[in-house]
Ligand binder design. Structure first.
Ligand code: ADP
Length: 450
């Protein structure tokens, strides 16, 4: 097993990884920027190394600084968390080249899945249904336009190197295509330094359903069922639940078997998530995330599996500690993302937390990086915590979520807590009847009412 681990991240995910490492008896090394000197992950770790100024480009994104920190602190392995360098194949390779253990998939898998066109081709070859569309190298605007016409509108233009919803444009009619293409390419060039795009059929009212997977060095693969992340704003997840209220037992079996076959076919190592759009019983692959996801706790709550423990074990060369047959899920779990944001305008609200109280009780988990007196720096994303609840069924989970949202106190900054309190009064949310566009439409209606 690994004896010491550097966590190349900050915030709630750094704290979350440290918790599992501590319970496994692994020595933890945190890293921090100027702005994070007083951060919780720094206080929790056995040791902390300063890596640079506050901006991420001068600290959390500087691969050499992270590797040097690991060397100096005598850490054997690096866990990247999510975001930052977690899906950077060059960094993963540099970690391995430095003789350290990389708690993640093979750099080649990260690279293959990092480009949406390559990933779709790989998955289609492995027998996974993908969204119909154009993945060609011919990027001339007239060719792209002809392909969009052939697919039929509405279509979605997506940056091949895309992520976080950037470089993505929906086109409803042929007349709008050229302008949308120019804008998607501009955005993609600015964000990713790569303006290539692919064209996809726009799925009108899908749910976002993703499957948690594992592969070990012995070729064994296991999936841990699905998460439903259909409640989104600007293609960003807001609330996640498991199991999906939309999937039948038969659909769940089908998607799980398809995914296991694909993971085995690509020889995937470690923890990953395969994301699908699901509509009327059909599912289409959209992308694979080659890292731990923000919403992984809902899977942990229904399966009882510690995903970080499994990640570290696989990285250490150990076999998966369970087989597919060992994995059952129980009850229902829901996660809400607590962001330091205005709950109506979603504008960031950095500042000092004047008061903090974490809710407790059966089936309630709060993964956060805050404490009373903590100042949220303006340099990083606004996620400050996640409230996750588990119940014997969806109804009980919702009741527990409502109760916990009433109990949690985060004073001094605006948060998304009031948003969830309002959402949990909506019949569609209570019945589980929502697709990926539901939240945007609801938000627009709220504005109209005001
Ligand atoms: P990113 O990597 O930028 O997050 P994804 O390909 O994962 O992009 O898509 C993000 C979100 O965009 C999905 O969860 C879904 O809400 C929406 N989306 C993606 N592809 C389609 C499509 N073909 N039709 C409709 N919506 C889509």
């Amino acid at each position: 097993m690994i004896g010491s681990l550097l966590i190349a991240n900050r915030g709630e995910i750094a704290c979350r990884v440290i918790r599992t490492a501590q319970r496994l008896g692994i020595r933890t090394v945190a890293v921090y920027s100027d702005a994070d000197a007083d951060a919780l992950h720094v206080r929790m770790a056995d040791e902390a190394v300063h890596i640079g100024p506050s901006p991420v480009r001068e600290s959390y994104l500087v691969g050499e600084a992270l590797i040097a920190a690991a060397r100096n602190a005598g850490a054997e392995a690096i866990h990247p968390g999510y975001g930052f360098l977690s899906e950077n194949a060059d960094f993963a390779q540099a970690v391995l080249d430095a003789g350290l253990v990389w708690v993640g998939p093979k750099p080649a898998s990260i690279r293959a899945m990092g480009l949406k066109d390559a990933a779709k081709k790989l998955m289609a070859d492995a027998g996974v249904p993908v969204t119909p569309g154009y993945l060609g190298d011919d990027q001339r605007p007239e060719r792209l336009k002809a392909e969009a016409d052939a697919i039929g509108y509405p279509v979605l233009i997506k940056a091949v190197a895309g992520g976080g919803g950037k470089g993505m444009k929906r086109v409803d009619a042929a007349a709008d295509f050229d302008a949308a293409l120019a804008s998607a390419k501009r955005e993609a060039a600015a964000a990713f330094g790569d303006d290539r795009v692919l064209i996809e059929k726009y799925v009108t009212r899908p749910r976002h359903i993703e499957v948690q997977v594992f592969g070990d060095q012995f070729g064994d693969v296991v999936h841990l069922f699905e998460r439903d992340c259909s409640l989104q704003r600007r293609h960003q997840k807001v609330l996640e639940e498991a199991p999906s209220p939309a999937l039948s037992a038969e659909g769940r079996k089908k998607i799980g078997e398809t995914v296991n076959k694909a993971i085995a076919a690509i020889g995937y190592l470690g923890v990953g998530t395969i994301e699908f759009l699901w509509e009327d019983g059909e599912f289409f692959f959209i992308e694979m995330n080659t890292r731990l996801q923000v919403e992984h706790p809902v899977t942990e709550m229904i399966t009882g599996v510690d995903l970080v423990r499994e990640q570290v074990r696989i990285a250490a060369g150990l076999p998966l500690s369970f087989t597919q047959e060992d994995i059952k899920f129980q009850g229902h779990a829901i996660e809400v993302r607590i962001n330091a944001e205005n709950s109506e305008t979603f504008t960031p609200s950095p500042g000092t937390i004047s008061d903090f109280h974490a809710p407790g009780g059966l089936g309630v988990r709060l993964d956060s990086a805050i404490y009373a007196g903590y100042s949220i720096p303006p340099y990083y994303d606004s996620l400050i915590g996640k409230l996750i609840v588990h119940g014997r069924d969806r109804e009980e989970a919702i009741a527990r979520l409502k109760r916990s949202l009433n109990e949690v106190v985060v004073g001094g900054v605006d948060t998304t807590i009031p948003l969830f309190q309002r959402l949990l009064a909506e019949p569609d949310i209570l019945s589980g009847d929502y697709d990926i566009h539901w939240l945007e439409k609801w938000a627009a209606r709220q504005k109209g009412d005001a």
